[in-house]
Design a protein around this ligand. Structure first.
Ligand SMILES: NC(=O)c1ccc[n+]([C@@H]2O[C@H](COP(=O)([O-])OP(=O)(O)OC[C@H]3O[C@@H](n4cnc5c(N)ncnc54)[C@H](OP(=O)(O)O)[C@@H]3O)[C@@H](O)[C@H]2O)c1
Length: 142
């Protein structure tokens, strides 16, 4: 959260009309998982969502758009670090949780996030700002 704040501030002199800031938030800002303590992570992603919206207002008059992508669980190094160390029973429980909680029945692959990032970066999104875009296989719809 601190990094996003200061990085955006530091880059401002280089951003002009048409620029697009894309923050990476998480479903964890709004939706928790049983037995997965997330207070600090959720706090930082909730703050990131607020920052995204407030910056959309502050930078909009300069023609700069600010949005966030809120992924569901994605199979990356970060996730594997957490899941690989779980006991077999907990891993099986997590797999069953994903299958019943994600309408599309699986967690994401990194490429599943590419389309929204490209969209937000390009001219087709010229009137899109202050949005928090869930890309999560439908998980947060429930
Ligand atoms: N994976 C999920 O399930 C999930 C779900 C929702 C949201 N997210 C969010 O998605 C974002 C990316 O997560 P991820 O799952 O892709 O994590 P990841 O696999 O651990 O990748 C994190 C990336 O950040 C880079 N990085 C870490 N610390 C850095 C630093 N101090 N300076 C510059 N680069 C740094 C790493 O670079 P190196 O490879 O060089 O270390 C790596 O490329 C995070 O904001 C995370 O909260 C992830």
């Amino acid at each position: 959260m601190t990094a996003v704040f200061f990085l955006t501030q530091g880059l401002l002199p280089h951003l002009s009309a048409g620029a697009s800031v894309i923050n990476i938030s998480s479903y964890f800002a709004n939706k928790m998982i049983p037995k997965r303590p997330s207070s600090l992570y959720s706090l930082s992603k909730g703050a990131l969502n607020s920052l995204t919206k407030s910056l959309a207002f502050e930078l909009g008059p300069r023609g700069i758009r600010v949005n966030a992508i809120a992924p569901g669980t994605v199979d990356t190094a970060m996730r594997r670090k957490t899941v690989d160390n779980l006991p077999a029973e907990a891993k099986a429980e997590l797999k069953a949780y994903v299958e019943r909680s994600y309408p599309l029945g699986r967690i994401g692959r990194p490429g599943d996030l590419a389309g929204i990032a490209v969209y937000l970066a390009c001219e087709e999104a010229a009137w899109t700002s202050g949005g928090i875009f869930s890309v999560d296989g439908g998980y947060t719809a429930g």
